[in-house]
Design a protein around this ligand. Structure first.
Ligand SMILES: [Fe+2]
Length: 223
């Protein structure tokens, strides 16, 4: 199971996708966090302690290790019943364990910085992310190959798994890009449902790996 990108048909309808988008668009500004490294806004939907994940300190000084899956819906997540329903019914069943859910919003006419969603030492280990594109042009996502070319994904598949340890980014687009992202503690672990989805995948691609540039690495992973 080594691919860079694989389309996954989890049978989310266009009506459901529109309803999820509408819920995101109705969220208030205060649930958004600016991610300096990637260059986009993030909204936490489901995570440990209702925060951005990792090792979360609670008010009483204790910690929740969000890699252990003690997750809950955030204030924003509680306002998104359709997103919750899709996660429970169509996404979490193929994930063992269920991952952290975050919305990424990239402004119109704005690209992301090329980045890895993992530490350099994790390249080549299981580091998959699952995504549903709710708004914007799907085909603006690209991976960097060993010759530093941009290898774009097809524009047809709004639901996919991708290797987060492979350098990637999105190009600017006239539309705002809004994506539902699910990551750690899910990394693409095998289970029968996920294996079946991958076997039925209509499109998979594998991109050669470039030598990593320092500026692609998120300082958050080195703390
Ligand atoms: Fe990413």
């Amino acid at each position: 199971m080594s691919f860079t990108f694989a389309a996954l048909d989890i049978a989310v309808t266009d009506i459901e996708r529109q309803a999820m988008l509408q819920e995101v668009l109705e969220l208030s500004a205060d649930v958004h966090h600016w991610n300096e490294f990637r260059g986009c806004r993030m909204i936490a939907i489901y995570n440990g302690g209702g925060r951005m994940g990792g090792r979360v300190e609670l008010n009483d000084g204790t910690h929740i290790d969000t890699t252990q899956g003690q997750f809950e819906y955030t204030t924003a997540g509680k306002k998104c019943p359709t997103i919750q329903k899709i996660c429970q019914e169509k996404i979490f069943p193929f994930m063992s364990p269920p991952g952290r859910v975050t919305i990424l919003r990239t402004n119109p006419h704005t690209g992301l910085n090329i980045h890895l969603d993992s530490a350099e030492s994790e390249i080549g280990t299981l580091q998959y992310k699952y995504r549903i594109v709710l708004n914007g042009n799907i085909g603006k996502l690209y991976f960097i190959d060993k010759n530093y070319n941009k290898i774009y994904v097809p524009e047809y598949y709004n639901s996919y798994a991708m290797d987060g340890s492979h350098a990637h980014s999105i190009d600017p687009d006239p539309e705002e890009k809004i994506t539902l992202c699910i990551g750690s503690p899910w990394h693409g672990e095998q289970n029968p449902l996920y294996t079946q989805l991958l076997e039925k995948s209509l499109f998979k691609m594998t991109v050669s790996r470039p030598i990593t540039k320092t500026e692609w690495l998120d300082p958050a992973f080195n703390r």
